[in-house]
Design a protein around this ligand. Structure first.
Ligand code: FES
Length: 188
């Protein structure tokens, strides 16, 4: 019996005893814990976006050739984005609207960057069912009743701040995250 007791127990640092089976269990749990960490880490590594993927997630456009009254379409994350240079009259028209009267109340200032209120950068996706609105692209003249954009699918009209003013669209054209540096806008 005394021999069995020596096999089944061991002295701990605090002077207590634990059974060897407990040692084995503790050792097995610890090993499993280390294994779990080493499995999780590669998964996290694989989930981190590579530099290539991050580069693809932003769009950089030099808008120096976009004159007041003109707009261009670019692609941001596989969707159209509108980059529009508003004329002083279009800026004034957007500012003249009481935002509380709007379906989706926002001011032009809230939708543009300080010092660049004439540069209106929005997604080119109608907030109704996702059509691409018409606007002053390549000399286009279909701007809708409020001088901004017009979605021909079901007749949504957006104003010169790309805010919905008429038709079924529930929201203004979405303004993505972007920054302007000189004449270059980086979207995303
Ligand atoms: Fe634009 Fe319906 S998708 S009005």
């Amino acid at each position: 019996m005394a021999e069995n007791a020596a096999i089944d127990t061991a002295t701990t640092e605090t002077g207590g005893t634990v059974r060897r089976r407990d040692f084995i269990n503790i050792a097995a749990v610890s090993a499993a814990g280390i294994g779990a960490v080493s499995v999780v880490y590669p998964l996290i590594s694989q989930m981190s976006a590579s530099a290539d993927v991050l580069a693809e997630s932003t769009t950089e456009v030099d808008f120096s050739a976009v004159k007041p009254g003109q707009a261009i379409k670019a692609i941001f994350q596989k969707q159209p984005v509108f980059i529009r240079n508003l004329t002083p009259a279009e800026v004034a028209a957007a500012k003249a609207v009481d935002p509380t009267s709007l379906r989706d109340p926002q001011t032009l200032e809230e939708r543009t960057k300080t010092g660049h209120e004439n540069m209106l950068i929005t997604m080119g996706v109608c907030t109704h069912l996702g059509c691409i609105p018409l606007g002053p692209f390549d000399g286009g003249t279909v701007l809708g009743e409020f001088g901004g954009y017009f979605c021909p699918c079901h007749g949504s009209h957006y104003d010169t701040a790309a805010r919905v003013r008429k038709g079924p669209a529930p929201k203004n054209l979405h303004v993505p995250d972007y920054k302007i540096d000189g004449t270059v806008v980086t979207i995303g």
